[in-house]
Design a protein around this ligand. Structure first.
Ligand code: TXA
Ligand code: MG
Length: 331
């Protein structure tokens, strides 16, 4: 086993938290649970920790990281400007699954933000990550703890799977906070332009943000955008090709002997050699289990994964965004 995983019961004691905080304080990195997905964290202000994160993840170094903070006061130390809109949405949604992009303070290491002049910041809600932040008392940069381009991890088993063959991950500390509650990465909103722009959809919706800001928000999550490299087209991808299909087309697609894994709503009849994973009927539950289902489907040895399209309605928007990226063919 390449990683050391430590169970953490926030009520019972803080051994795991102290271990992770100590490791991070000494320039190391550790995997911590957040309410969205597990992240790979190191000090924003430590060039070697940042380099280690990029190397472990196999992430291109022009793809910026999110800095995680306890509160707005800490966030402001990272920003060259703090727009009024930031106050409003952080008051409403922090701590929680919202990331804001603001101009980067000159003191922030360029390599912590992929060389960008802006910085993405979020205040996570999970008590374990908050406890580590409180001990370290510095912002922590952290991407999702998957290998670059893969499906994000929502439990410790996912992290262990991704890093089992990665030599540099030997002795990596992973704090176990159980399955993530939200299951999709945070909504990212860019506040550096003339209008706020959503650059990654997430559980905090366009409408909820607009409700607080009281102004129009651009929805710029085009599949090929480069302003936020992590949102490029193929992402969140399974190794087995994933295709989105309408339920009416399912039986035609299954008239083959090559085993297919179907992910779809309750009540489908799927015959051998094909397999079936049930997709929840509510967007909240679907978001929570989406990445686990994609990983399970990938492990089944099928030739294809067929995902029955969820409804094309607003509450399903961020799930449909992830599925569109997961099903984009290799470039
Ligand atoms: O829920 C989350 O946000 C998780 C947890 C661990 O906090 N983190 C996460 O990080 O998803 P990561 O690195 O996997 O995704 C960060 C996204 C990427 O799409 C990246 O391109 C974008 O945020 N991003 C980061 N800094 C940016 C910036 N300065 N401008 C535009 N986009 C930025
Ligand atoms: Mg990610």
């Amino acid at each position: 086993m390449a990683t050391i995983s430590l169970m953490v019961d926030i009520q019972e004691g803080s051994h795991g938290i102290d271990c992770a905080a100590d490791c991070i304080r000494r320039g190391g990195v550790a995997v911590l649970p957040t309410e969205t997905v597990y992240g790979l964290f190191g000090r924003t202000n430590d060039a070697s920790a940042i380099a280690h994160i990029y190397a472990l993840k196999g992430r291109p170094n022009n793809n910026p990281l999110i800095a995680h903070v306890l509160d707005q006061a800490s966030a402001k130390t990272l920003a060259a400007e703090w727009p009024k809109s930031a106050d409003a949405i952080c008051d409403a949604f922090w701590p929680g699954p919202l990331t804001i992009v603001v101009p980067r303070h000159p003191s922030v290491l360029p390599q912590a933000v992929g060389g960008f002049n802006s910085i993405a910041i979020r205040s996570p809600q999970h008590p374990i990550t908050r406890a580590v932040l409180a001990v370290v008392r510095e912002p922590l940069s952290g991407p999702s703890a998957n290998r670059s381009g893969n499906v994000s991890p929502t439990c410790v088993a996912h992290v262990k799977h991704d890093y089992k063959d990665v030599n540099e991950a030997r002795n990596l500390i992973v704090l176990d906070g159980g399955p993530c509650e939200t299951g999709l990465e945070s909504t990212v909103i860019d506040l550096t332009g003339d209008y706020p722009a959503i650059v990654r959809a997430g559980s905090i919706s366009h409408q909820a943000l607009e409700g607080v800001l009281g102004t129009g928000i651009q929805n710029t999550t085009p599949v090929n955008q480069t302003a936020s490299p992590g949102t490029r087209s193929r992402h969140y991808a399974t190794c087995t090709p994933l295709e989105l299909i309408e339920q009416v087309d399912l039986q035609t697609q299954l008239s083959t002997n090559a085993p297919v894994c179907v992910i779809g709503p309750a009540g489908l009849t799927i015959q051998h050699p094909h397999q079936y994973l049930e997709f929840p009927s509510t967007p909240k539950e679907a978001a929570r289990v989406l990445y686990d289902l994609l990983r399970q489907a990938d492990a089944m040895g099928s030739t294809r994964i067929l995902m029955v399209c969820p409804p094309n309605t607003t509450p399903w928007q961020s799930i449909n965004d992830r599925l569109a990226r997961a099903s984009t063919p290799h470039e």
